[in-house]
Design a protein around this ligand. Structure first.
Ligand code: ZN
Length: 278
């Protein structure tokens, strides 16, 4: 009787669905790994970039210091020369040059001051980045380890399901199995569906001809839905019973609601009713 209701096929389909879910669960891990690693990677590249920018600015600052030194020396020499000029023309020339050097010196000093300020700001930012990067990096290892353990458990579940399927399939009717595998090979997930209580295919809800319904219910031969191609199985009597019971319960609830409403109306109009009765 079990075989007639295609119980094995339905169980195999459930097993295959579990297997697909388990396999998909494993594939979902790549973006999860990325999501775990990404914050640290972003902080790392920002830290590296900021550090090299600080180094560049320090080099620039060093260059500026040297230029300042050189200008100061020139200023000193010009000051000396100014004290020993031989005529007014020479004095004017030296004064003009001295003025130029002083202005250049002032400009360099301003630049150096502003650069030092920028370096300090950037160094603060770098220190902050280094702390955040260290924190993020510290989180990556345990999070990755947890994800890997989770994925390994998923792989083990897949392996267990594959083994379960192998032994299950070994005990199945080869004709049923071949038809089932053929339908699934086309990329379809659903290869078996039950008849509904009113004789339709539970997959596409196309109505099955009466004669065929009877054959399916009695388990005579393997039949496929002409509309969608699934193998049709007789409804599980327990499931059918449960479905019928649920339907009955729903009807009973609806009836109770209707009755309640009627009672409510009655209560509201009780006086009228009594008046009428009298
Ligand atoms: Zn169908």
């Amino acid at each position: 009787m079990t075989q007639r209701r295609r119980t094995a096929l339905k169980e195999l389909q459930e097993l295959d669905q579990d297997l697909l879910d388990a396999k998909e669960g494993i594939q979902d891990y790549d973006p999860k790994f990325e999501a775990v690693e990404n914050p640290a990677l972003v902080l790392e590249s920002e830290t590296v970039r900021t550090r090299s920018r600080v180094q560049e600015m320090k080099l620039e600052e060093r260059r500026l210091e040297l230029s300042l030194e050189e200008k100061k020396t020139r200023q000193e020499r010009l000051d000396e020369r100014l004290g020993s000029v031989k005529n007014l023309r020479e004095e004017a020339a030296v004064s003009a040059e001295l003025e130029m050097v002083k202005r250049a010196l002032q400009s360099d000093e301003q630049e150096a001051f502003s650069l030092l300020d920028q370096i300090r700001t950037l160094e603060d930012k770098l220190a902050d980045l280094e702390v955040r990067y260290a924190e993020a990096k510290g989180l990556v290892e345990p999070a990755l380890a947890a994800l890997i353990a989770e994925r390994d458990a998923g792989k083990a579940a897949v392996a267990a399901l594959v083994a379960q399927r192998e032994s299950f399939v070994a005990g199945m009717d080869p004709v049923e199995l071949k038809l089932y595998e053929g339908i699934r090979r086309g990329g379809r997930r659903k290869a078996v569906a039950e008849l509904t209580l009113d004789g339709a295919c539970a997959n596409c809800f196309g109505v099955i001809p009466l004669q065929l319904q009877n054959e399916i219910r009695h388990g005579n031969g393997l039949h496929r839905c002409e509309a969608c191609g699934v193998i049709l199985a007789a409804p599980d009597p327990d499931a059918a019973e449960a479905e019928a019971a649920a339907e009955a319960a729903k009807l009973a609830t609806a009836a109770a609601v209707v009755a309640d409403q009627a009672n409510g109306d009655e209560a509201g109009t009780a006086d009228d009713g009594e008046a009428e009765e009298e």
